[in-house]
Write a new protein. Structure first.
Length: 99
């Protein structure tokens, strides 16, 4: 393809999707689709859900909670990196503008 992207075909709940993706992202997308499909299958076995939309909504919430937990766990590290960056900027400012 002209923009360096390739076509990636996959299926979730019997619906076929085609996306143009960067080659280096294809395996991540396929892994994500596999995880979604696995969660959907697990949900359908354990719970009686009304329809596919309800199942997708539950899986979406599960992944959103997992993402939020990951962000919260990384928050101290992210804050430390931001403080280090501000410290470097302050040192640079002092070096160039004071004295």
């Amino acid at each position: 393809m002209e923009d360096g992207k390739i076509l990636c075909n996959f299926t979730i709940l019997d619906r076929k999707f085609t996306y143009k993706v960067l080659p280096e992202e294809e395996s991540m997308i396929r892994n994500a689709v596999r995880n979604i499909s696995d969660k959907l299958a697990e949900l359908k076995q354990r719970h009686s859900l009304r329809d596919n939309q309800e199942a997708l909504t539950v899986v979406l919430i599960q992944f959103a909670v997992l993402l939020e937990k990951t962000r919260m766990e990384d928050a101290p590290g992210m804050m430390a990196r931001e403080i280090q960056q501000l410290d470097r900027q302050l040192d640079e400012y002092i070096e160039n503008n004071v004295g």
